[in-house]
Write a protein that binds this ligand. Structure first.
Ligand SMILES: C[S@@+](CC[C@H](N)C(=O)[O-])C[C@H]1O[C@@H](n2cnc3c(N)ncnc32)[C@H](O)[C@@H]1O
Length: 335
């Protein structure tokens, strides 16, 4: 009997999507958004953002429009003039790991931290256009709660990516941490901006095996959309003498990570926002690729340092996330 294939091919040479799973998930998404799902953070005292009639960026440049606001992102997002028209948000929040940020207290009680998380996520959802997308960079201990909250708010998960780095902190009490989750959600999965051709990399077939069949393809010879685990030469944590490193910033993310997200999920001229600006990676990369952008940062000192990076230093590895190979092994010879 012929095999029945339950798959859709989303583009020539692209990945097969299981039809059943996609339909089942869409039906479930609507039901989930209406269900009364409770999470621990729901019990904590809510934060009421003040009305800020005179909200102004502390730093501003044109060509393209680039702005930094200093404040609690929950307050800035609630008062932002661009509410409802942001195309892409990338958020890398404090993880509540007692990191000595310049001003922010990174050691909240768990319920308060979850509540804070839901509140800034809600602020981001309200800031997005109906076709917008939200990426969240988050470790194991809060990924599940964020996924459930975004699903109960009616967003659709497009990918659960993993950023893998090979320079974790050594320990012997459990396996060494070598990843953070990169959660990709959209308000409308069918209307989102998605540019696969802007982020192609070499397939293993091309880079390891030099397979003539892949080189003979009509388009994108030997290239494919990256897989959902991200690693490689420029993908390590930013520390030591890495040329991207900005001193006095904790948990700086590599430029290649933001480059992949911004190229895949926005177009030139679109508006990109980062509610936890830190050293300014998102806005630096957005500006280099001609996107308008907004960064929000709690600490005045961090914002000033990020601004220097955004306007004076600029992007140092433009294009490094595109066209390479993520192959792990050489061709196997023999068995
Ligand atoms: C994990 S770091 C972001 C790092 C950034 N992705 C980078 O590549 O440099 C988090 C940043 O968020 C800031 N922050 C913490 N709480 C905030 C809040 N409620 N609103 C705005 N910024 C906040 C911290 O001061 C810190 O700079």
């Amino acid at each position: 009997m012929a095999e029945r294939k339950n798959t859709d091919f989303d583009r020539p040479g692209g990945y097969a999507m299981p039809k059943g799973a996609t339909q089942v998930q869409r039906r479930a998404a609507a039901a989930l958004a209406e269900a009364d799902i409770r999470l621990y953070g729901d019990i904590a005292t809510p934060h009421e953002p003040p009305v800020l009639d005179d909200l102004r960026p502390t730093h501003h440049a044109t060509g393209p429009d680039t702005r930094v606001y200093v404040g609690d992102c929950r307050d800035v997002l609630a008062n932002l003039p661009d509410r409802g028209s942001v195309d892409l948000i990338f958020a890398d929040p404090p993880f509540n790991w007692d990191v000595p940020y310049e001003e922010w207290n990174d050691g909240m009680a768990r319920a308060a931290y979850e509540r804070f998380t839901f509140e800034w996520l809600d602020g981001c959802i309200d800031a997005l256009t109906p076709t917008g997308a939200l990426w969240v960079n988050i470790p194991d201990d809060t990924a599940a709660e964020i996924v459930v909250h975004l699903k109960r708010r009616g967003l659709t998960m497009i990918n659960w990516c993993v950023w893998h780095f090979r320079f974790g902190q050594n320990r012997n009490s459990s396996f060494i941490m070598s990843k953070v989750h990169a959660l990709y959600f959209a308000k409308d999965p069918d209307a989102r901006t998605w540019n696969p051709d802007a982020v192609l990399e070499q397939s293993d077939r091309a880079s390891i095996y030099r397979d003539p069949r892949t080189m003979a393809k009509g388009e994108n010879k030997g290239m494919r959309v990256p897989m959902d685990v991200w690693y490689g030469k420029y993908w390590g944590r930013i520390q030591g003498n890495n040329k991207e490193r900005r001193h006095n910033h904790h948990n700086q993310i590599p430029e290649v990570y933001l480059e992949r997200v911004i190229l895949a999920c926005s177009d030139e001229g679109d508006l990109v926002l980062d509610p936890f600006l830190g050293s300014g990676t998102t806005v630096t990369v957005a500006r280099a690729w001609n996107r308008r952008s907004i960064g929000i940062e709690y600490s005045q000192g961090n914002a000033a340092s990020a601004w220097e990076r955004i306007t004076d230093v600029g992007m140092l590895r433009k294009g490094a996330s595109v066209g390479g190979s993520s192959a792990i092994f050489d061709k196997r010879s023999g068995a």
